[in-house]
Design a binder for this molecule. Structure first.
Ligand code: IDP
Ligand code: MG
Length: 160
């Protein structure tokens, strides 16, 4: 039941100086960062990562947002980490994301506003949606030798 999931701190999170705040939340929950790097993706890579969305009307804005600057890519490990991380991230539209979630606490933009402006929605973070996505996305972003197995103090509590 120990899972690995892909988390991206999108360019808006990096540019707003929120990397530390967001990583702290995952660490505080006992989740383990097993891979971490900064990457500035191009349009081609964006299309690979967001393959399921390429044909959707919002894709152009999404691509502009994700290629606007470097992202912090992380592989995060923990017990049922995929669902736990999604819970912490919150729902896609920050306007509706609950307080206590990353999108709800650090953003508030709505689809309506972004559409009116003709821009992508800045919602700070990406997290893999389910096990198949997590496996595909971790493989897309990280080479095997960029992922590390090590013990944290939380492992004491997981094992006993
Ligand atoms: P998720 O990031 O919460 O998993 P997805 O539906 O997988 O949401 O969409 C990927 C990204 O595309 C979202 O994080 C958001 O940036 C953008 N997006 C999704 N739906 C819309 C929309 O209806 N309008 C504008 N942007 C959207
Ligand atoms: Mg998604």
């Amino acid at each position: 039941m120990i899972e690995r999931t892909l988390v991206l701190l999108k360019p808006d999170a990096v540019q707003r100086g929120l990397m530390g705040e967001i990583i702290m939340r995952f660490e505080r929950a006992g989740l383990k960062v097993v891979g971490c790097k900064m990457v500035w993706v191009d349009k081609e890579f964006s299309k690979k990562h967001y393959a399921e969305h390429v044909e959707k009307p919002f894709y152009k804005g999404l691509e502009a947002v994700i290629t606007h600057g470097p992202v912090l890519a992380m592989c995060i490990e923990g017990i049922e980490a995929i669902a736990t991380v999604r819970k912490m991230v919150g729902s896609t539209e920050p306007k509706g994301s609950l307080p206590g979630t990353i999108r709800g606490d650090y953003a508030h933009v709505s689809y309506g506003y972004a559409d009116q402006k003709g821009i992508g929605i800045k919602n700070l973070i990406h997290a893999s949606a389910h096990a198949d996505d997590a496996a595909r996305e971790v493989g897309l972003w990280f080479a095997d030798d960029e992922l590390h197995s090590y013990k944290t103090v939380h492992d004491v509590h997981i094992l006993e």
